[in-house]
Design a protein around this ligand. Structure first.
Ligand code: UDP
Ligand code: MG
Length: 142
């Protein structure tokens, strides 16, 4: 299982702009299977915890405010080499640097409001999956 999952969030601005469907379509077309998914809203405390790794960064407080500002979609995605392949699919953090054909190039509006989250390592993917989902929420396709 390790190496086969990543955790994504469709961020508040992308949900508000009705991009859930188009973004999930790109995710499916890239060969990811959805192993768990929910629409939810992060509290300030949950957003702080999720992004605790960035707590010393100047953008942290604004990021927490933004990420708790409205509904998000959280999902566990399954695919070979999921973390790396999903980072390729979403593109650079700053959409101005994101390549054509990436989710952020197509749907992000700014460095902060960049449409989607993707885990940065297998280890963090497992931690982030557990942040949102119980084992009983997950479908196993393998
Ligand atoms: N972010 C921001 N300003 C910055 C860098 C990042 O607002 O200068 C936000 C942005 O929403 C990004 C999130 O903080 O997606 C987490 O940053 P990270 O460097 O982990 O980027 P990611 O892994 O999401 O590409
Ligand atoms: Mg990151």
């Amino acid at each position: 299982m390790a190496g086969n999952i990543t955790l994504t969030m469709i961020k508040p601005e992308a949900v508000a702009k009705n991009y859930i469907g188009p973004i999930l379509n790109m995710i499916n077309e890239a060969g990811f299977k959805i192993a768990a998914m929910k629409l939810t809203k992060l509290s300030t405390r949950q957003a702080e915890a999720f992004y605790a790794i960035h707590s010393d960064k100047p953008f942290y407080a604004d990021l927490v405010d933004f990420m708790s500002s409205g509904p998000i979609v959280a999902a566990i995605l399954e695919r070979d080499n999921a973390v790396e392949e999903f980072r390729k699919l979403i593109g650079a953090t700053n959409p101005e640097n994101a390549e054509e054909g990436t989710i952020r190039k197509q749907y992000a509006e700014s460095l902060q409001k960049n449409a989607v989250h993707g885990s940065d390592s297998d280890e963090n993917a497992l931690v982030e999956a557990d942040f949102f989902f119980a084992n009983s929420d997950r479908v196993d396709y393998m």
